[in-house]
Design a protein around this ligand. Structure first.
Ligand code: GLU
Length: 486
């Protein structure tokens, strides 16, 4: 029975790396008729935040990565939040202590720090000295009586190797000589990550641990724990890290890096999932567009890459554009509706208007937010003109006269539709001996505030005569104010 888990620490947003790990686990579970489990790893009490946990659950739900067991829905192996499992860890710790596999260590953090610095100065690998390994019961009681709060360390063999069989990386060897008796319980009595994760993966019957590459170095420690406890380790797969486009550390300055940011910026969940699956995996068929059902057909951990993936916002934008193009006008409008309402746009206009605006403008953005931005002048009276456009079309010689001509065309056109508007604009330009563009550009700036819009005549038809005239008047006042006509 395949059972996999996504085990985020609720210390911040759901990053794309975490979301990708969740997706790979989800796909692996579904493909193998297994279960996908969500577990919150909140034993780092200083860093865990309740709202981060809620944000992670929310991000996963938005992506559609539904879990079969988890902190909110429960399951047979709960609770699914580590801070609620302290009694489970306590039993494991007691078993390790009484079997002599682990021991209390009273060395102070200062002493350890001192030893680390000494090792550093000698340029040798630091290993805990084992000073407390053979304390007698008497010595231990005496130190406890002094009020010292010990940690618990696991006894790790001095020699030999641990071999991690990784589905993505093959077999990776770790020498025990480089490891030491690592801490499994902190001095405040809370388990460390390694102890909690091994205990939970065992008790939750996890068959495959699919997680970020950064945890590969923890895996030998976890295998030592499995061995000490006489438990069978799960299979491991460590997914490659994600680098910035310049192959450094990915950070905020490279654009959106969390699911929440992508969502706020108007990316579609299916586009983000498509992007995530390709970060470190390919179908081998030169396929870029993959729906979740394609992924379920094609995904395998064996085809996941061991080398780092490189983040590319351009690719994400391209994918999002592809998914946006596939939506019908109605479906797209439905996605935009809440933003329309938030901006107070919907109710003020007749039925059909919003749909027509969406149809006209949709090609002008790669994200929902860009599309919304591209349609703002259909709803709001803008307060500023594109500055370069204003310098070019409202300030030059004759611009005021041209705006006056535009205004009168708008007033006098018999039928106010795109076809007729185009006809009269072109005829007027011809009669003035100027290019049609000399009227079209200032008219566009006047009615939209922008230098780039969908076809001007369609835009004007949709805006309607009244609004176009009012905006032409504003432009006239603006141009007059600058060139001294009014
Ligand atoms: N809680 C760990 C993290 O958020 C994941 C641990 C694991 O998957 O083993 O990085």
């Amino acid at each position: 029975m395949v059972r996999v888990r996504f085990a985020p620490s609720p210390t911040g947003a759901l990053h794309i790396g975490g979301a990708r790990t969740a997706l790979y686990n989800y796909l692996f579970a579904k493909i193998n008729n297994g279960s996908f489990i969500l577990r919150l790893e909140d034993t780092d009490r200083s860093r865990s935040q309740a709202d981060a946990a809620a944000g992670i659950l929310d991000g996963l739900s938005w992506l559609g990565l539904a879990w079969d067991e988890g902190p909110d829905i429960g399951g047979n192996y709960g609770p699914y939040q580590q801070s609620l499992r302290l009694s489970v860890y306590r039993k494991v710790i007691d078993a390790l202590l009484s079997a002599g596999q682990a021991y209390y260590c009273f060395c102070s953090p200062e002493k350890i720090q001192h030893e680390k610095e000494a090792a550093q100065a000698e340029k040798i690998n630091y290993r805990y000295s084992g000073a407390c390994k053979n304390l007698t019961e008497e010595e231990r009681q005496c130190l406890l009586a002094q009020g010292l709060r010990p940690v618990v360390r696991l006894k790790v063999p001095d020699s030999g190797v641990v071999t991690v069989q990784d589905i993505i990386r093959g077999s990776v060897e770790f020498s025990n000589a480089l490891s030491d008796d690592f801490i499994i319980v902190k001095s405040d009595g809370w388990p460390t990550y390694n102890l909690a994760v091994v205990t939970d993966d065992h008790h939750m019957k996890i068959s495959h641990v699919i997680r970020a590459e950064e945890h590969l170095s923890n895996t030998p420690k976890q295998i030592h724990l499995y061995n000490a406890l006489g438990w069978e380790p799960p299979q491991f797969a460590h997914v490659s890290m994600i680098l910035s486009p310049d192959r450094g550390k990915l950070s905020k300055r490279h654009g959106a890096t969390s699911v929440q940011e992508f969502r706020e910026q108007g990316y579609l969940p299916q586009a983000l999932l498509n992007y995530l699956v390709l970060l470190g995996w390919s179908s081998g068929e030169n396929l870029d567009l993959l729906t979740v059902s394609d992924m379920l057909e094609k995904f395998s951990l064996e085809r996941a890459s061991a080398s780092p993936a490189v983040y590319s916002l351009e690719k994400m934008d391209w994918l999002n554009g592809q998914y946006l193009n596939q939506l019908s006008d109605e479906a797209l409008y439905t996605m935009l509706e809440s933003e329309f309402i938030r901006r107070g746009w919907s109710p003020a206009y007749p039925p059909g208007y919003c749909g027509q605006v969406v149809a006209l403008v949709r090609g002008r953005g790669k994200t929902l937010t860009q599309i919304i931005e591209a349609m703002a002048y259909f709803y709001d009276d803008f307060t500023a003109y594109d500055p370069e456009g204003a310098a070019k079309y409202f300030q030059g010689e004759g611009s005021h006269e041209r705006l006056a001509v535009i205004k009168s065309l708008l007033e006098n056109t018999s039928i106010f539709n795109a076809e007729e508007l185009e006809r009269v604009f072109r005829a007027q330009a011809q009669s003035m001996g100027i290019k049609a563009a000399a009227l079209i550009h200032p008219a566009r700036l006047a009615v939209s505030g922008r230098t780039a819009t969908p076809g001007l005549f369609e835009v004007m038809e949709l805006l309607g005569r009244e609004r176009c005239i009012a905006r032409a008047e504003k432009a006239l006042a603006f141009a007059g104010g600058i060139s001294g006509y009014n």
